[in-house]
Every structure is written in structure tokens, then in C-alpha cells.
Design a protein around this ligand. Sequence first.
Ligand code: PMP
Length: 405
Amino acid sequence: MLDINKIRNDFPILNQKVYGKQLIYLDNGATTQKPNQVIDYVSEFYSTINSNIHRGVHSLSGKSTEEYENARLTIKDYINANSEKEIIFTKGTTEAINLVASSFGEEYINEGDEILVSQTEHHSNIVPWQMLCKRKKAILKVVPVNNNTEIVIEEFKKLLSNKTKLIAISQVSNAFGTIMPINNIIQKAHKVGAYVLVDGAQGVQHFKTDVQYLDCDFYTFSGHKIYAETGIGVLYGKEELLNKMPPYQGGGDMIKTVSFEKTEYADLPLKFEAGTSNYVGAASIAKAIDYINSIGLDNIYEYENDLVNYARKELTKIKGLKIIGSPTNNTSSISFLLNGIHHYDAGMILDKLGIAVRTGTHCAEPAMKRFDITGTIRASFSFYNTKQEVDELCKGILRVKKMFD
Ligand code: PMP
């Protein structure tokens, strides 16, 4: 059992009114709120040790660097990477995927090669591959999903061949909350010699991820979706693979020596970290992970699962409300529509009731097209949400319906 009152007290933003109503924040898929443990740490960092990392001999720089590099170790342990050299700091999931598309793409993708993505990917796990395919004359293929928003494994098997060089797949769909069968996909991909990138933006904060057990080749996530700062994220890549890939960007920090005749690149992980990174943000990820660990990821998973199941059950009772897909394995997000009411209108009225949900395509336009809709209303949950808030959401939806009736 989680002590929700205690947990909620850690998140100051939750304790406020919107339009005179208690805020109910159900937009955690877009970004999560930050606990005092992270906010205070960031403030303390800037108040006491702020200094640019890696380059300084003075003590503040040493301390900043230590926090940054310790964060790398914490993240390594959190996702069970084999080495901290496999943890690359990026601006976020989007940059991590672009890094792989650019660098891995340069080295490993050739004309006629095939890249597979699922039909429900976030745009940031579609567009970088489209750009790469255009550059390299490779072919992007789409694995369909069924009416329950689940990957059709039979279709995936048909699309998979020795031409497939990479599969880019989300761990959890941000549009529908579907947990993808990545274990199965990775095993099958490796049998034909294909690599797999897992977009963990919606998975890493909800349940245990073990990159060695999964055996994925790349794994990406964003700090802001795991209770840490924005403008920072992580690319995990297998060391052997990262070593073979060319740098993504050139600049300071990613070099050993520079001369006009010849520049030697730094070893991992700095080879991929050109320029001054958001080092405070990176360190904030470690604080967020410490916070998650203090609650326990298994407890979080259990609590959130129970909450989402409850929400599904209660939402289903509302006449004229249609949930898009009932995937067997799901977590954290529910996408739905109200008969005859535009999702934007519903979202705006819910906002007036203090309820923050997301409306629109959720950066997954092809997924919306698959279901022949222009968007959905998405409620996405965190461990600081409660069943009482779900009840308020349902009441809010009934009010929306009444206004339109
Ligand atoms: N992939 C998924 C599944 C996401 O949910 C998101 C963010 N909504 C992204 C990628 C992109 O993340 P970011 O904007 O933090 O780079």
C-alpha cells in the first residue's frame, strides 16, 4: 500500500486550484510533475555547486562533474545496463532517436534495407526513420495494430526478413497505453540479424526495465516523463554497437584531441555528448530515480495498474463513451471519445472543472488514422493520482455530456 497523502505532499504543484476547483492532473503521459526531492535538489545545485562539468580543475567543477557522472551510474543500475559507457545523455527521447537514426543509420543502413515501425508510434519514432530512409534509399514498413491497439504479431512475422535492419518500437504506446510485446519482437528480430530500438518514454517510469534481459540494442527515455527535469534524456546502446557508430555532433567534450589535420574522438560515452549538456537535468534524473526507488517500482506498477483498471471500469459505465482499444497488457493511459462531442470541446470543459487531460492526436497521427478518428481524450495516470480523482473525472464527463445534450 502506498501512502498517497504523503506522496501527494511531495508534489507541490498538485495542491492548487484551477478555475476555483482542485486541480486533477491526468496528463502524466505528456509530462510528469516533480517532487520536492527533485525541485529542492535542482535549486541546491544552482545555489551551491553549479559549474560547467568535465573541463574544470576547480572544486565546483569537480562537484558538478561528480553529480553528473554519478547520475549516469544511477541510470545504469535503474535499467540494468552492463556499463555506464552505454548511457548517453541527450536532450530527450526525440534527440536520442534522432541520434540513432543519424549515426547508426549512417553506418548500418544501406539502399534497399528495411526499417519496421508500428502503426501506433509517436511521431518522434517515425519521422527520423522516414528522413533516414529518404537519405539512404531504404524502405520504411509499418506493422499494423488490431482493434485493441495491439501489434499483430502474425503481420510482424510476415514483414520481418533478412532485409530488415532495424525495428523501432515503443515499449508502451503513448496514445493508448498498450504495452508492446517487445520481448517477443526483440527475439524474433535478432534471429534475422535485425537490431531493435525500444522507445521507453512511456515505460521506464511505470515498471521495471532490464535492458540486458530484454537484449534490446537501443533504449530511449526522457527526464521530464520520469519526474525529473525537461531538456534531458537518455540513450542506452550496447557498447559494442555504440563503439562502431560515428559521432552524432561535433564540438567540445566529444574529442580527445583536435588539430586542423586530424581530430580524435573521445571514448564512450562522451563521444556522443558534444557541447555543454543539461548537466543539472541529468543529475535530476538520478534524484527522480532515487525517489521512485524509495517508493518501489513494483509498488508503483501495482498501484497504477489497479488505478487504471478502476478507471477503465468506471469510464466504461458512461453511456456514449468509447474507449479506443482494450489491450490485454496496458498501463497508465486510457484514450476515449464521447459520442457527438469533439475531443477539444470535452477537454476544454474538463479544464474548467479543474481536470487536466490531453486531447488531440498525441503526436501519433497515423495511429489516429488507423482508427479513423481525428484524436481522442487521453487520461494518463501516475502513482500520485487516486480513485477519487477518477470519480471526479467521470463526474466531469457526465457534466460535459449534459451540456451537449
Ligand atoms: N515517444 C513516446 C512514446 C512519447 O510519449 C514521447 C513524448 N510524448 C516521445 C517519444 C517524445 O519525447 P520527448 O518529447 O520528451 O523527446
